[in-house]
Design a protein around this ligand. Structure first.
Ligand code: ADP
Length: 170
């Protein structure tokens, strides 16, 4: 049986924290489906298509360095997370956990998802200690104020973010 996991998020933009979770999740499943949300409640810096392209590009480099066999697909979804997971035939939903701030929300969401379908388990991966403070929102804020985002994202993503910030300033 092929074990599939879904890793959902808005990835606006994808950070080194996300990439670490993707790499580690790839060791837990045979097929990892990264679900990029349209997320109407947030005004994203990057469109859905841009985020999909960005995550796909980063996944290519991750796959090149993996020591395990894992298929990684990057798709968008606009539905309830549990319906997306069911549609993909997933047995686990993967979430990254940063400090206590993430905990309450994630705990509640995992509880409700369990009630929706208790065959699909939410699995939390603790953020790597060195990547713990990284959040997409802060990366965008730092870039908007001209700070250096190189420690938080890949060089490709850093260039994309700087580009977007410069274009928005014009
Ligand atoms: P959301 O829009 O759901 O907050 P994000 O794109 O911010 O999604 O994050 C997607 C997932 O990645 C979430 O589970 C989040 O906790 C996790 N994540 C975000 N940043 C990090 C990080 N620095 N380290 C580990 N996990 C992270």
């Amino acid at each position: 049986m092929i074990r599939t996991g879904v890793y959902p998020g808005s990835f606006d933009p994808v950070t080194l924290g996300h990439i670490d979770i993707i790499r580690r999740a790839a060791h837990l499943v045979d097929r990892l489906v990264i679900g990029v949300t349209t997320n109407a409640s947030k005004t994203p810096m990057f469109t859905l298509d841009e985020r999909l392209a960005m995550v796909r590009r980063e996944v290519e480099s991750i796959c090149a360095t993996l020591t395990v066999e894992c298929e990684i697909d990057v798709v968008s979804f606009d539905s309830l997370l549990m319906h997306f997971a069911e549609r993909e035939g997933a047995s686990i939903i993967i979430r990254g956990l940063r400090a206590v701030a993430d905990f309450e929300y994630e705990y509640q969401m995992a509880g409700m998802n369990q009630q929706l379908n208790d065959d699909i388990e939410t699995v939390f991966l603790m953020a790597d200690v060195s990547l713990q403070p990284i959040a997409s929102r802060l990366v965008k804020e730092i870039a908007i104020y001209g700070g250096d985002i190189a420690p938080f994202v890949t060089p490709g993503v850093a260039a994309d973010v700087r580009d977007r910030v410069n274009r928005q300033k014009r």
